[in-house]
Structures are given as structure tokens and as C-alpha cells.
Ligand binder design. Structure first.
Ligand code: ADP
Length: 174
């Protein structure tokens, strides 16, 4: 079952020992606050140098990969979630696409484990519960029939986010 590969942890994502961590970045890929700032601080300045080489940054809903530099994770997958504008601007579709594109890069780089933060639920204001449902259900659907990815971690920051992801996973029968 694909949901057996999903883990929910409450932690600082920069500390995790997985093949790749996902960064909730912005379109410039030049760093910012929240999880993006924490990842750049922990990975070191070489990360910014590598990000500057990526032409065009990263449009909303897409994903780009860099090395992990000083992190335990070998790679960082940078994705840009939608800014919540009330729900009428395809925010849900774009958020789901962030998870699919990121998982596509996991597969494309032959990685086996990945950890996601709760994309868009901080500065970008996407409501926590629907975002958690999209994260978990999109990932479970992607993993169905996909043997190459062994583990997907939802790395939650705070209890409300953890509870929302646990509820979403239980809703899928996990
Ligand atoms: P966005 O701009 O996509 O909303 P934020 O970084 O503001 O990105 O928030 C996304 C989520 O990441 C929020 O749930 C926030 O609490 C969480 N977060 C912030 N720092 C960390 C961290 N070090 N590890 C994991 N999650 C984090």
C-alpha cells in the first residue's frame, strides 16, 4: 500500500537524513524567510551560488533540484507553492502540482526518500487543513504502483500542522 511509505514527523526539516528535502521556495530561488531561510542557513552559502545558476528561477507549481551542500540530505528540491488568494485562482491545483513535480524529480534522480515541509502554509497563507489533505492525497496517488520511492516524510512544524497531516492520512485509511 502506498500509504505505508508515508511518515509524519514534527521536526526541523534541515536535520532530516533523507535523500532529498523539499524547500518551499519563492520564484527567484534566491532565498527568503520561513523554511527557505532555514534551509539556506543550514546548507551554507554554496546553495545560493548554485541557485543563482538556475536560469529563470522556478515558476509557481514547478520544481528544481540542487545539491544539499552542508545538509545531511544529498539534494534539495525547490518548489514554489501558490500564494493563497481565496481559492479561486487554481491554488489547489498548483499546490498538488508542486507535490507531483517534486516527486517526479525524486524519481528522475533515482532517489528513494524525500521529506516535504507544509508548502504554502506559512507566509503564503494556504489554509493548513486543505493543504495537508492535498499533500497527503496527491502523494499517495503518486506512490500507487510506484515501487522506486521507498519513503515520503511530511515534516511538520508545530502541532496544528502535524495534526492536520495525521487527520489527512487517517482519511485515506492510513
Ligand atoms: P510558504 O511561503 O510556502 O508558505 P513558509 O516557509 O512560510 O513557506 O512556510 C511553509 C511551512 O514550513 C510552514 O508550515 C512553516 O511553519 C514551516 N517551516 C518553517 N520552518 C521550518 C523548518 N525549519 N522545518 C520544517 N518546516 C518549517
Amino acid at each position: 500500500m502506498s500509504i505505508n511509505k508515508i511518515e509524519i514527523v514534527q521536526a526541523d526539516i534541515t536535520t532530516l537524513d533523507v535523500d532529498a528535502i523539499v524547500n518551499a521556495a519563492n520564484e527567484t530561488l534566491l532565498g527568503g524567510g520561513g523554511v527557505d531561510g532555514a534551509i539556506h542557513a543550514a546548507a551554507g552559502p554554496e546553495l545560493l551560488s548554485e541557485c543563482k545558476q538556475i536560469p529563470g528561477g522556478c515558476p509557481t507549481g514547478e520544481a528544481r533540484i540542487t545539491h544539499g551542500h552542508n545538509l545531511r540530505a544529498r539534494y534539495i528540491i525547490h518548489t514554489v507553492g501558490p500564494v493563497w488568494q481565496g481559492g479561486e485562482n487554481n491554488e489547489e491545483g498548483l499546490l498538488a502540482q508542486c507535490y507531483r513535480r517534486s516527486l517526479g524529480l525524486v524519481l528522475g534522480n533515482n532517489l528513494k526518500s524525500v521529506a516535504f515541509p507544509a508548502i504554502s502554509t506559512g507566509a503564503y497563507r494556504f489554509p493548513v487543513e486543505p493543504a495537508a489533505h492535498i499533500a497527503v492525497s496527491t502523494t499517495a496517488a503518486f506512490l500507487t504502483g510506484e515501487d522506486r520511492i521507498e519513503k515520503v516524510v511530511f515534516c511538520c512544524f508545530g502541532e496544528a500542522s502535524t495534526r492536520a497531516h495525521e487527520k489527512a492520512l487517517i482519511g485515506l485509511g492510513g
